[in-house]
Structure formats: structure tokens, C-alpha cells
Write a protein that binds this ligand. Structure first.
Ligand SMILES: Nc1ncnc2c1ncn2[C@@H]1O[C@H](COP(=O)(O)OP(=O)(O)OP(=O)(O)O)[C@@H](O)[C@H]1O
Ligand SMILES: [Mg+2]
Length: 330
């Protein structure tokens, strides 16, 4: 990667303490994220993929310090922001933004689009008086909405238009880093393509860095510079897009990718699907050693005994599997 490190994540861990049973009589710990380390480079799109519940959103939230991590560091431009209180976070808040799947949950139904976009502009003191309206119009133009949309309410917009407003709000802060958590997942396929193109245009124009969380591997393949594959709160694999899609090393990545249809009908016909057996184990009591071992087609005794190190096996290509490089998985 050419970019400098924007965010360095070291040993990031998030455990949720929950109570189980009809009367909450039993305390338990959800291992949502366990000892995760990776870098995010300036100007890149790093995508996170993996089955539901593997910790993608938790990672995004912890990076923005919206969740206080249980352990670990999130070093943003040289400063560890993990666990800072809101006051100490204030200088960083503008830089670090998030766009969610459902803009309904973030847009106030009683605020017009103009007010919604003006709010962060005023909050961060980025414009005053009459300049606010000018700034709002410029932001709407940036996300492809005509200025007259400023007078509309969220319910008067389509899903794609609402997502554009959510992006305009994030953009209003002039951020450097944006987490897109399933930001396109709820939209029609044709609208998804428009929003993806918008995100890519904005990245070019403003030099944004994205953490892109998505289920759709075809989309991830299209937009990512690098891809991280998560399984039950840990990284299984991380590498450049061509490494992860072209030469996947981890048995979990291979299984996940085997479910992606190929564009070429000939290749598609001969595609071997590798169906993962069983469900993801409970994050309340994850398997010992390698968390994937209970579903892994090549697991050996050692996989139950030791947590595989997350190793860089080729430049930029990291994998957490005991067997990679031993002539078994590669
Ligand atoms: N506030 C919370 N309290 C307790 N458990 C939580 C909380 N938030 C998340 N979890 C648990 O942490 C684990 C990781 O959740 P997370 O939302 O990060 O998964 P995800 O990869 O984003 O899944 P999805 O693809 O469904 O969005 C899950 O087991 C989830 O149930
Ligand atoms: Mg999620």
C-alpha cells in the first residue's frame, strides 16, 4: 500500500457482559472481538466480510470509540483514542464518521433535509449565518441532490435519496475516515451501484479512507483495496483484494468465496461450492484454539490446542491458520 497508516489497531478486544435466563440470573460474556490487530492506510478502502455476528460492526464502532473497547489500542494519527471520554474525543469526532444501513434510524423525521445537513455544519462551527445554507447546498450537490431537496422531510425521499442525505451529513464534518456499515445493503441493486459510485467519487475528491462493511462479496471485490475476513470475533485473513479473492489461504475464506457466483457462465457451471457445515458457534463460549476448527474441513488436533497466530505469510497477506504454509492448506 502506498498510503501512510491512518489508524493502527492493536489487540482490540470487545466483550459484552450480558445476563441470560428468563430473569437475567446468569452472567455471561459475549466475545464480540478478540485481540484484533491491523492497520488502515490513508486513502484506501478496507472491507470487512464474514458471517452475521462475526464482529464487523463491533470493529467499526470500536474504531470510532462509539463502543469503549475492553482492551487494545486504536491509534489514530499517532494518538490512542480507545476509551477516550467524549470531551477528549471532541477534536477527533469530526474526522471519524459513520454511515449506517438504515438512514431512517439516523435522520430525525421532523427535520428537513436542509436542517439535517446543517446540524453537523453548525455543531462543528464549519459555517455561520447565511453561509450555512450555501454550505448545505454545496453538500447536497456533492451527493447528487438538487438544492430544492433541502425543504423535504425524510419520508418524502426514496431509500437511495435518504442514504445520500446520510452521506451528506457525514461529509459535512469534512471527515478523513468513514465507516460504511452495510450502507448499501438495504437498497435496490441499481440504486446500490449509484451509491457505490457516489462513495468512490467522494473518496477521490476528498481523499477519504473507508472501512466498508458488507455482505455482498461481488460489491466488496469491486470497491476494495484490501479485504479482511472475520470469523467469530477474530481476523481469519487480511490482504490486498487480489490476494484474498485470487489466492485465498484460509479455509474459511475459501468456503466463503466459493459461494460467490462467477460472471462467466462456463466458470460458473464448473464452480465447486464448498458448503460450510453447521452453524457459527456461540460467541458466549467460542471454541478453544482456532475458532473455525469446528467447521474446518482440514482441522487437526493442534487446531484445538493453540490459537493460530495472525501471520504475514506474503507481503501484505496475513492469515491465522496453523496449516497454511505446511503444504496442507496452500
Ligand atoms: N450491545 C451488545 N450487547 C451484547 N452483545 C452484542 C452487542 N452488540 C453486538 N453484540 C454481539 O457481538 C457479536 C458481534 O456483533 P456485530 O454486530 O459486531 O456482528 P456483525 O459482524 O456486524 O454482524 P451482522 O453482519 O449481522 O451485522 C454478536 O454475537 C452480537 O450478538
Ligand atoms: Mg453489523
Amino acid at each position: 500500500m502506498d498510503g501512510e497508516t491512518l489508524i493502527r489497531v492493536e489487540g482490540l478486544t470487545k466483550h459484552f457482559h450480558v445476563r441470560l435466563g428468563a430473569f437475567g440470573e446468569r452472567a455471561a460474556t459475549v466475545h464480540a472481538l478478540d485481540d484484533v490487530s491491523f492497520d488502515i492506510f490513508e486513502g484506501e478502502t478496507l472491507s470487512l466480510v464474514g458471517e452475521s455476528g462475526c464482529g464487523k460492526s463491533t470493529t467499526g464502532f470500536a474504531l470510532l470509540n462509539l463502543h469503549r473497547p475492553s482492551a487494545g489500542r486504536v491509534v489514530y494519527r499517532g494518538r490512542d483514542i480507545a476509551g477516550l471520554d467524549e470531551k477528549a474525543m471532541r477534536p477527533f469526532r469530526r474526522d471519524l464518521q459513520i454511515v449506517f444501513q438504515d438512514p431512517y434510524s439516523t435522520l430525525n423525521p421532523r427535520m428537513t433535509v436542509g436542517e439535517a445537513v446543517a446540524e453537523p455544519v453548525r455543531h462543528h462551527g464549519l459555517a455561520k449565518g447565511a453561509d450555512v445554507a450555501t454550505r448545505v447546498a454545496a453538500l447536497l450537490a456533492d451527493v447528487g441532490l438538487p438544492a430544492r431537496f433541502a425543504a423535504r422531510y425524510p419520508h418524502e425521499l426514496s431509500g437511495g435519496q435518504r442514504q445520500r442525505v446520510a452521506i451528506a451529513r457525514a461529509l459535512a464534518c469534512q471527515p478523513r475516515f468513514v465507516v460504511c456499515d452495510e450502507a448499501i445493503s438495504a437498497l435496490d441493486v441499481s440504486i446500490q451501484a449509484q451509491i457505490i459510485n457516489l462513495l468512490l467519487d467522494l473518496q477521490d475528491k476528498y481523499g477519504l479512507t473507508y472501512l466498508f462493511i458488507a455482505h455482498d462479496l461481488a460489491v466488496v471485490r469491486h470497491i476494495s483495496d484490501r479485504v479482511g475476513v472475520m470469523y467469530l470475533g477474530r481476523f481469519a485473513e487480511l490482504g490486498r483484494r487480489d490476494q484474498v479473492f485470487g489466492e485465498p489461504l484460509h479455509p474459511y475464506t475459501r468456503a466463503l468465496l466459493s459461494a460467490v457466483p462467477e460472471a462467466d457462465p462456463e466458470v460458473e457451471r464448473n464452480r465447486r461450492r464448498q458448503v460450510l457445515q453447521g452453524d457459527v458457534p456461540s460467541p458466549l463460549d467460542p471454541p478453544s484454539g482456532c475458532r473455525f476448527r469446528t467447521r474446518c474441513p482440514i482441522a487437526v488436533a493442534r487446531c484445538a490446542e493453540a490459537v493460530p497466530a495472525f501471520r504475514e505469510v506474503r507481503p501484505g497477506h496475513h492469515v491465522a491458520c496453523h496449516l497454511v504454509g505446511e503444504g496442507v492448506a496452500t
